[in-house]
Design a protein around this ligand. Structure first.
Ligand code: NAG
Ligand code: NAG
Length: 406
């Protein structure tokens, strides 16, 4: 039912009789249905410029598909003074300094229920679109590819669903992508990591693909995969990410050995690999991460020795390796060198330490022979077989350059 409601409104034409009007209609080529729509234009309204006029009609269409607005965020969305609407901010158009245009939409924490109509693609000078912590549902219209200078796209903490919103790949200036806390599912497109993004928040969705092999192409400083259903191993290309400050893989179903290439993340401060199915030893290379402050490998099936080179890293504050099968600590890992440094070694197989797993649980795992390379090639083979990655549909730019005729 929900999916149905989200598509039907698209063909609805606003037949408000108060609008004595000319209908503007344009239908271009074989396009998805959500790019075909009509807007009735009130000839009596006069706008300072065409861009504000487009924004006015887009926001009015949006208001129509808002079904609940408990805080009255959109209450004053009436009349032609678009720039005075709550949550709508105007600025000089970057390409036409004489023109005032809508630059930011910010309805964060509105608790608003509704959808995003394709008409929003008409607000083509947007540099930031923030609607976090609302109850918007459905999908992101393809017409959002018209937001050609959009820098920040934050739709986190809503109820969007369906596959990854590929339309964000068509936003040429996008830097900040935040789609966390929604219900997106399925595969992550590799193109995401070829885009020049600075921050990628994907956590708390239902993504279930592998981590694309080209992750190393990303120049992002923050990437958060946490709390999804990602599978497979961490690609070796991860070592090519010179700007990476923080990467969080926590709470997924990732497996295989941790790649030695993690030791190449020379500027990384936070590395969280916790609660996955990783096996094998902890890569010695992590001892090269001179900037690292926090390493969390808890809740995996890691084995072997926790080595001094990691425990003595100069910036380290918190090294959590609880709930694994480590059976030996080197001397400097026994006791933190600095008072502010935290080591959490609980529930491992460290004989003589408090709060460890019992021997029956430890023995079969601690002595398991792990060949990381062959494990990787097995996972690679699985990766190449199903699920067949659907190639991305050719980019569909929403044709919404409607002309207003009076
Ligand atoms: C901008 O406004 C100034 C002053 O009104 C005018 O001289 C100029 O031609 C305008 N520029 C454009 C690009 O419209
Ligand atoms: C250390 O990190 C763990 C795991 O992220 C966290 O649960 C814990 O609170 C941290 N400890 C301190 C003292 O910051």
């Amino acid at each position: 039912m929900k999916a149905l409601c989200c598509f039907l409104f698209i063909s609805i034409i606003s037949l408000n009789n108060a609008f004595a009007t000319a209908i503007t209609r344009r239908r271009l080529g074989p396009e998805p249905v959500d790019n075909v729509f009509e807007i009735r234009v009130d000839v009596r309204l006069h706008f300072p410029n065409f861009r504000l006029k487009k924004a006015y009609y887009a926001l009015q269409e949006w208001k129509k598909v808002i079904t609940s607005d408990p805080k009255g965020m959109t209450k004053n969305w009436d009349g032609i003074e678009v720039c005075s609407y709550n949550g709508v901010f105007c600025a000089k158009a970057p390409d036409a300094p004489n023109l005032s245009t809508v630059a930011v939409v910010d309805l964060n924490h509105g608790d608003i229920e509704g959808k995003l109509p394709p008409h929003l693609g008409l607000i083509s000078d947007l540099s930031a679109f923030h609607i976090n912590s609302n109850r918007f549902c459905g999908t992101i219209p393809n017409t959002f590819s018209r937001l050609t200078i959009l820098n920040e796209f934050d739709i986190s903490n809503n109820q969007f669903d369906g596959p990854f919103p590929n339309v964000v790949l068509d936003m040429p200036k996008l830097k900040y992508l935040d789609i966390r806390y929604n219900k997106f599912q399925g595969l992550l497109p590799p193109q995401l990591f070829d885009k020049d993004l600075d921050a990628i928040f994907l956590n708390h969705n239902r993504f279930s693909s592998t981590i694309p092999e080209n992750i190393g192409n990303s120049k992002a400083s923050v990437i958060v995969f946490a709390d999804n259903e990602f599978k497979g191993h961490i690609p070796k290309s991860i070592g090519q990410m010179p700007n990476l400050d923080e990467i969080i893989f926590a709470n997924n179903q990732l497996s295989g050995c941790l790649p030695e290439e993690l030791g190449l993340l020379h500027s990384t401060k936070v590395l969280d690999l916790s609660n996955n199915n990783f096996v094998g030893p902890i890569p010695r290379g992590i001892g090269n991460l001179k900037c690292i402050e926090m390493v969390d490998v808890a809740q995996n099936e890691l084995i072997g020795t926790v080595v001094d080179v990691i425990c003595t890293l100069p910036k380290l504050l918190n090294f959590t390796f609880s709930d694994n099968y480590f059976d030996r600590l080197e001397g400097k890992c026994e006791k933190p060198m600095r008072p502010e440094l935290v080591f959490d070694y609980r529930r491992n197989c460290l004989r003589g330490k408090p709060d460890q797993k019992d021997e029956g649980k430890c023995l079969p795992v601690v002595n398991r022979q792990i060949d990381c390379e062959s494990l990787r090639s097995v996972l690679d083979t699985n990766r190449r077989k199903p699920p067949k990655t659907k190639t991305r549909p050719t980019s569909v730019h929403g044709s919404i350059t409607i002309s207003f005729r009076h």
